[in-house]
Design a binder for this molecule. Structure first.
Ligand code: ATP
Length: 404
């Protein structure tokens, strides 16, 4: 895990509404939304930032604002430029073009140690093997020349926050991977940065520990009021912890939205497919109805669909894709009352996961659609079996029309 922070005085502890909300569920309607306020000043601003390594473009002309107390996630596949963007913010890489503003100050040409509002926790932890846990945590503060009594108080506070007091005298090699990760986080926290950068902070943990650690991170972010910027390739992690997610692809930002918006209204097939499961049906617009809804002809079958238009609109004959989340597709043995948004198919696979079942249904010309059903009670209709002829249908507001 790597955390980067800037070393201004940290704001007074305060609850972050975003994190509180996120702890329960990704919260599209959280009241914490400074990015919607035209008068809000971002704490971090990337201005047309490009980073080239030789002729290779790792980050391509990114402009992005991040606000105080956000838990912001950079999400994308390996090699898409997430770490490079974070390292430029921390000062370990210099942009080839563009500017980085932190707390109103242009830091583009500053060295990492001159960016006192930012601190970074590294994926490798970068702990000193010969130092005890408490010495490791206090290292940055000693470098700053802080009085010993103040260092002790800070270290004690950070160890308390991360439940490390019992390990204070141990060396890193006497700790588990997860405990080392907590020491690295405590060391970054102890400096009380305003902005904490974390590169795959939970990468070393197994799935169960990782979920617990995500809540720990959210708690720390919430109780310290620090702005967290996290790099992850784990979509569930980004959905769980963050106020907003920036999805990256090949050095570019493809969508920056809240977890709820990313899931419910992805702007491209790439984002829809990257976050959660999705069915994508290629269509052509056959008509734009007077109320603005689109009538669609399915390219791979005989279905006719009606759906809301994308924000940019769509025109007759345009090629589009209808994205449908599996949980929004109803599956049944009986033909629905209407033929609109309904297609026949044959069950080719059933995945029983206890609380839910996935039905993989062959439809149209060699396509497959997944429907998901909750196995809420014993009364649930279990009569749908492999090889059954079934109908799939969904309401007009269930699908999202994508133009790319
Ligand atoms: P991962 O999740 O695998 O860490 P990432 O999205 O964080 O990936 P980056 O580490 O930012 O990706 O790298 C983006 C691209 O830039 C990659 O193709 C990488 O090989 C390249 N790259 C990064 N650092 C350098 C460097 N110092 N010299 C040359 N190429 C680099």
């Amino acid at each position: 895990m790597s955390v980067a922070t800037t070393n201004d005085t940290m704001p007074a502890p305060a609850a972050s509404p975003s994190a509180k909300k996120a702890r329960r569920t990704p919260a599209p309607q959280s009241s914490f939304a400074p990015w919607k306020d035209p008068n809000a000043t971002p704490i971090v601003r990337f201005e047309n930032v490009t980073k080239r390594f030789g002729s290779f473009v790792a980050v391509n002309n990114i402009s992005l604002d991040i606000y105080e107390r956000e838990f912001f996630a950079l999400l994308g596949p390996s090699g898409c430029g997430k770490t490079t963007l974070l390292r430029m913010l921390a000062g370990f890489e210099k942009p080839t073009e563009g500017r980085i503003i932190v707390n109103g100050k242009d830091v583009t040409d500053l060295m990492p140690y001159e960016r006192d509002a930012v601190n970074m926790m590294f994926q490798s932890y970068a702990l000193f093997p010969h130092m005890s846990v408490e010495r490791n945590i206090g290292f940055g503060l000693r470098q700053e020349g802080m009085p010993a009594a103040d260092i002790d108080a800070r270290v004690d506070e950070a160890m308390g926050m991360l439940e490390l007091k019992q390990f204070a005298k141990r060396k890193p090699h006497q700790l588990s991977g997860g405990q080392q990760q907590r020491v690295a986080l405590a060391r970054a926290i102890a400096k009380k940065p305003r902005i904490m950068l974390l590169d795959e902070p939970l990468g070393a943990l197994d799935k169960r520990l990782r979920q617990t650690a995500q809540f720990e991170l959210m708690h720390i972010q919430e109780s310290t009021g620090t702005t967290f910027i996290i790099v992850t390739h784990d979509q569930e992690e980004a959905m769980t912890v963050s106020s907003r997610i920036a999805v990256m692809d090949h050095g570019e930002l493809v969508q920056v939205s809240t977890p709820g918006e990313i899931y419910e209204t992805p702007q491209s097939q790439y984002v829809a497919s990257f976050i959660g499961d999705v069915n994508i049906l290629e269509c052509r617009v056959s008509n734009v109805l007077p109320d603005g809804q689109l009538e669609l002809n399915w390219v791979d079958g005989t279905g006719k669909f009606v759906a809301q238009p994308p924000p940019s609109g769509a025109t007759k004959d345009q090629q589009v894709w209808l994205a449908l989340r599996p949980e929004k597709v109803r599956i049944g043995l009986d033909r629905p009352a209407t033929d609109v948004n309904a297609i026949p198919g044959k069950v080719e696979n059933i995945g029983y996961l206890g609380s839910i079942s996935h039905y993989h249904v062959a439809v149209g010309n060699d396509e497959s659609v997944t429907a998901l059903r909750a196995n809420a009670s014993l009364a649930v209709d279990n009569t749908i079996n492999w090889e059954n002829d079934v109908w799939l249908d969904w309401p007009a507001d269930a699908g999202v029309v994508l133009i790319r």
